[in-house]
Design a protein around this ligand. Structure first.
Ligand code: 6GU
Length: 305
């Protein structure tokens, strides 16, 4: 997968060198370009914001630098057939040399690779490309949406600051590629940078080859619409607290049932909205009993009364 991030704070993305995302990059599973929006400004002050039409507080990000940035990063249409390399000629001069700046910490491991789709070292950006714009006004980010984004070949993240990006940037881009505005939840951040780090962690761990154990994807919270059961490791007794005996019984059938009971009870307590969204046919008798015990109206059972 190819990922381009446009931001006025490239330094925010230094953590993409670390841990499993860093390893995925080193392994060539992931190609990340971090771009400073100000390199696409034309004025001496490198201005990226202006006052909002219609009045109101704060500033709005001007459309011109964003338009230049997307012109440089969105692969030209018609897209090149898979297997062919995008000619470097049209795309290289359009993109300012971001990675040469000390403020682009995300690329030092591969300084010879310009953060440009289709250039040597990166995969030709011929597959599905999508613009992702983090915004508190976006659609809620979910595991399902993470899965959809993981299926794209090229994601471009536009990090807004201030009151947001001039709407015409998104409207114009939508004529060229799918645009998805995504919100992390019902609260407001200063800007999209931290949100992009969150989105990337959720998406990148779904890419083939990134996680050692794909089984953990099936078991974890939200994979099956439930929160995950609590987990334990050694020692069996710690500060007077015992690991539940059943987990040490070796009886995999009962362990599996215990984990599902715990997941159901925990989800009923903490996220009744998730329980309400479970397909009734996905619940067996035991599930119904556990949910009833947790004080929950079991969907499809007692609803008629
Ligand atoms: Cl994705 N961006 C910003 N700026 N604020 C947020 C958010 C995103 N999600 C929740 N609040």
């Amino acid at each position: 997968m190819r990922i381009d991030i446009v931001t006025i704070f490239p330094e925010y993305f230094a953590p993409l060198e670390l841990s499993l995302i860093g390893r995925a990059r080193a392994a060539g599973l992931l190609h990340v370009g971090v771009h400073d929006l100000r390199t696409w400004t034309a004025d001496v002050h490198r201005t990226v914001d202006d006052t909002p039409y219609g009045g109101g507080p704060g500033m709005v990000m001007r459309p011109e630098p964003w338009g230049q940035a997307l012109d440089a990063l969105v692969p030209a249409e018609p897209s090149v057939p898979a297997g062919l390399t995008v000619p470097a000629e049209p795309s290289v001069p359009a993109v300012p040399p971001v990675s040469a700046e000390p403020s682009a910490p995300a690329e030092p491991s591969a300084p010879a690779v310009p953060p440009v789709p289709g250039v040597a070292g990166a995969p030709a950006a011929t597959g599905s490309v999508r613009l992702v714009v983090p915004s508190p006004a976006g659609e809620p980010f979910t595991q399902a949406l993470a899965g959809q984004l993981a299926a794209d070949q090229h994601l471009i993240f536009a990090c807004g600051r201030y009151e947001g990006i001039d709407q015409r940037v998104l409207d114009h881009a939508a004529g060229r590629l799918p645009v998805t505005e995504v919100s992390l939840g019902d609260y407001v951040l200063f800007g999209g940078e931290v949100a992009v780090l969150v989105l990337l962690e959720a998406v990148v761990r779904l890419l083939p080859g990134v996680l050692g154990n794909a089984n953990s994807l099936a078991e974890e919270s939200h994979a099956n619409g439930l929160l995950e059961a609590p987990v334990y490791t050694k020692p069996a007794r710690w500060r007077g607290l015992e690991v539940p005996a059943i987990l040490r019984s070796g009886d995999h059938g009962r362990i599996s049932r215990w984990r599902r009971d715990q997941a159901l009870a925990r989800t009923a307590r903490r996220r009744p909205d998730l329980v309400a969204a479970l397909p009734p046919e996905s619940l067996d008798r035991r599930d119904g009993a556990v949910l009833a015990e947790a004080g929950f109206q079991v969907p499809g059972r007692d609803m008629a009364e």
